[in-house]
Structure formats: C-alpha cells, structure tokens
Design a protein around this ligand. Structure first.
Ligand code: TYC
Length: 156
C-alpha cells in the first residue's frame, strides 16, 4: 500500500512537469539542454528561406548580390573626310557623296561646297571597318575616273 502511494505520488509529479523539467532530471540530457529551455521555434521559417537557416539543412549559405554590367563596348568611331583639289568636277563629288555616304542631293551639295571653300569636310562618322570601306570606295571610284579626289579617315 505504501509502495502504491509512493509510485502514485511520483507519477503525478511527472505529469505536472513539462518536457524540459523531465530532461533536467536525467543525466543523459546534455548540459546545454538541461540548462537552456528549447525555444518554441528554433529553425528557419519556411516562408523566409533567406534568413538564418541557409538551405534548410543546417548550413549557413551566404549569397552575393552582383550587379551584372553589360559587356558591350562602344566601338571606336572614325570621321571620314573629303579633301579639296582643283581638278575633280563638283558634280562628281556630289554623286560620290550621294552614292557612298547615302546623302541627299541637297546634303551632298552642301558638303561639296564646304570642302571646296574650306579645303576639308566631314562626310560621316563610322566604326573602323565601315569608315575604311567608304574611304576605299571613294578612292577606287576617283582613280577609275582619273580624278585626284582624296578621302581620308581619322579617329574621333
Ligand atoms: N574644288 C573642286 C572644283 O572646283 C571641287 C571639289 C570639291 C573637289 C570637293 C574636291 O572634295 C572636293 N572643281
């Protein structure tokens, strides 16, 4: 009878304890567990994977936010210039400006007159290979027609 009462008392005490109290009674529980109560929520929130828990497997994953820069480089530009001379006919220069540089008749006339008066004038600004092709076309056309017209390019 006494044994039954003792057992009953012990059983009631155990029911009144929470899990941490029970852990504190056992020698198997690690010291940290016995001293510190387990927080109700110790892991990362499922809807907030970026905070605290890393990949959810216990690691601490860190991310680096990098701003990606576009890898496009602006090409070097070259001015294509016509030089004046005393022999190339004005009409030939106007036709070249229309054909090679895609100028309107009026624009071509203006550029030709500018070169005629000032000695040099700009036909356009282009990336290296485009400028080179235009210079070659002007020089080839002038040579075929036996005109001394000169065309050059310079880095802008
Ligand atoms: N000066 C030339 C003439 O009087 C015309 C000319 C204009 C020639 C422009 C070249 O790039 C030039 N016939």
């Amino acid at each position: 009878m006494l044994l039954t009462m003792l057992l009953r008392f012990h059983y009631d005490r155990c029911l009144a304890m929470n899990f941490n109290d029970l852990l504190a009674l056992t020698d198997e529980a690690p010291v940290a567990m016995r001293l510190a109560p387990v927080p109700a929520h110790a892991g990362p929130k499922e809807d907030d994977p970026g905070k605290g828990g890393g990949d959810g497997k216990g690691g601490t994953e860190t991310g680096t936010i990098t701003k990606t820069r576009p890898k496009t480089k602006r090409p070097n530009l070259y001015r294509v210039l016509l030089l004046n001379d005393d022999y190339t006919p004005m009409e030939f220069v106007v036709l070249v400006l229309q054909d090679v540089f895609n100028k309107s008749r009026e624009e071509a006339m203006q550029i030709m007159l500018h070169v005629h008066q000032k000695g040099v004038g700009e036909c356009g600004v282009y990336p290296y290979e485009v400028a080179e092709t235009k210079v070659t076309r002007v020089m080839d056309t002038a040579r075929k027609n036996q005109h001394p017209l000169q065309c050059v390019m310079e880095k802008q």
